[in-house]
Design a protein around this ligand. Structure first.
Ligand code: SER
Ligand code: ZN
Length: 532
């Protein structure tokens, strides 16, 4: 990446001859020292390639490398001149403008950035040149130019990543387990009326299924979280968009988030036209409703852990306060999955998750993650007897935050990054097909990504890290039922102990559909419900 621009400096009056004679020396000094300060390789610094003057205006044509972008160079030149002009000639500087600023990239890239300071983006002769509108000093002082450079760098890196969200590498897997069941539990659960669809990706769970979900949560808490000292907290489920700005979700995943709007007014009289409309038409018209609402200032719980970071924000910790180990299971998360591809409880818009969060020194955060992994493995293998695999996924957001890099064949998991937990779903087909595997949870070390963004501090000034892990309750239950089926005898001892006294599913004259009534009763008998 290279830069180009013309720094136009307007003085308080025309300078005398002797200053103009000195200018060549000044430029040499700038080129040899000031514009190379802090860089090892002169290519990365900046240089003045020509200069000219007319009346009270001096113009410097600048070329620069990666480390001293042209806006920084322009400001350095101005500050340097200010001293000499002020001290020796009593002349001030009225105005600094950077004209024709250009960012020059290798390769003919198809970069698309639609922001007002960009004049033109052109590709030719193996280069891409982004030309900006002239920037005045206040724009040069702001981090806008730097952010533009960061944005372009990000877009370039992203292309090299192939546009993927993450890179996947298997790190561990269970033994193959004997598969006794091949049916699709999503279909059965709906047929027997244990779950009922409300809207795309949203279901009502009747008491027997709700009971199973709650028991899975209880097992996780008793077997993994309590022994490791995690304590329950309650996080809000509607978050101000300012939190999503700090975590990066607002930028990274706006296409998957569900936003919420509050009413424009608390005064019911202002809703009179709406009330009249509803009275006459009896229609839930979203377009008309919109005019009574504010723009969205919130989003519904998405990643579940962000309120934790917001809470930690600006707090200062010492050794005795650390680590912090909490979990939240106080409500659902929402993830818009697009119009297609939703299937039963496999892919949901509204789902339940136990979100496990921790804060500590880097060593503490790694150790906690490792202990959690040990317990998770025991849970998957011995408690549920699942066929599972783990993958090291290098998420784009951590690479971009500079917390991690993509790794080669040898993976070191004791650093920022994410491990996905996947379970085999026999009803999907062969194990060799990646589509037959479902992500049921994950565990991440974020490094300082969030402690930096939310300014969470250690009194000693040393760095703090965070970690989080999501246990997607519906998906764990689905994985279990997919592999073990509805036969109580096929379940492990622990699951049998936890899931007893299962309530019977609801029956009405037309629910579940009469053709499935016998199936419902047969399944309820198999899982151990006594049918009345
Ligand atoms: N917050 C993490 C995620 O959204 C773990 O649940 O994936
Ligand atoms: Zn999280």
């Amino acid at each position: 990446m290279k830069f180009y621009g013309k720094a136009r400096i307007k003085l308080s009056k025309s300078p005398p001859e002797e200053f103009l004679e000195e200018l060549t020396n000044i430029v040499s000094k700038l080129n040899e020292e000031t514009l190379l300060r802090g860089v090892k390789n002169p290519e990365d610094g900046a240089r003045i390639i020509s200069f000219s003057f007319k009346d009270d205006v001096i113009t410097f044509e600048i070329e620069s490398g990666r480390l001293i972008p042209v806006h920084t160079a322009a400001l350095r030149i101005k500050n340097f001149l200010l001293k000499i002009l002020g001290m020796h000639y009593k002349i001030g500087i009225r105005e600094l403008t950077l004209e024709s600023p250009k960012v020059i990239l290798n390769g003919e890239l198809r970069i698309n950035i639609d922001i007002p300071i960009i004049e033109e983006i052109a590709s030719s002769n193996g280069q891409t040149i982004i030309t900006l509108k002239p920037l005045n000093e206040s724009l040069l002082q702001k981090p806008i130019f730097q952010r533009l450079v960061d944005l372009i760098t990000e877009k370039e890196q992203r292309k090299q990543w192939g546009g993927k969200i993450e890179h996947w590498q298997k790190i561990k897997e269970s033994q193959r387990k004997e598969i006794k069941f091949r049916d699709d539990p999503n279909v059965i659960l709906e047929e027997i009326g244990w779950i009922s669809n409300v809207a795309p990706g949203q279901w009502l769970f009747t008491p027997p299924f709700a009971h199973i979900l709650r028991k899975f949560e209880e097992m996780l808490i008793d077997i993994i979280l309590k022994p490791l000292g995690f304590m329950e907290a309650i996080f809000p489920k509607m978050e101000p968009i300012s939190i999503g700005l700090k975590t990066g979700h607002l930028k990274g995943t706006p296409n998957q988030m569900i936003f919420a709007s509050i009413p424009r007014s608390y005064n019911i009289e202002e809703f009179e036209p709406w009330q009249d409309y509803v009275t006459i038409y009896n229609e839930a018209n979203p377009d008309f409703l919109k005019s009574f609402l504010e723009s969205p200032k919130y989003y519904l719980c998405f990643a579940q852990c962000p309120p934790f970071y917001e809470f930690l924000s600006k707090k200062v910790f010492t050794e005795k306060h650390l680590p912090i180990k909490w979990f939240d299971r106080s409500g659902p998360s929402f993830r818009w999955e697009g119009a297609g591809g939703l299937r039963g409880i496999e892919r949901l818009v509204e789902f339940h998750r136990i979100e496990i969060v921790w804060l500590g020194t880097p060593d503490q955060v790694i150790e906690i993650r490792n202990k959690l992994l040990e317990r998770y493995e025991y849970f998957m293998d011995k408690v549920l007897d699942l066929e599972w695999r783990w993958a090291w996924v290098t998420p784009w957001f951590l690479v971009h935050a500079g917390e991690t890099e993509e790794m080669g064949d040898k993976i070191d998991i004791n650093q920022p990054g994410t491990i996905d937990f996947e379970a085999y779903l026999p009803y999907k087909g062969s194990r060799d097909d990646n589509k037959s595997w479902l992500e049921i949870g994950n565990i991440s070390i974020h490094g300082a990504k969030y402690t930096r963004a939310f300014r969470v501090q250690h009194a000693s000034g040393s760095v703090l890290w965070t970690g989080c892990s999501g246990f997607g309750v519906e998906r764990w239950v689905l994985a279990f039922l997919s592999q073990k089926g509805f036969e109580r005898d096929s379940w492990t001892k622990t699951v049998q102990e936890y899931i007893k006294d299962l309530p019977s599913g609801l029956e009405a004259a037309n629910y579940p559909s009469p053709q499935y009534l016998n199936l419902k009763r047969a399944i309820e008998e198999k899982v151990g419900i006594k049918c009345e």
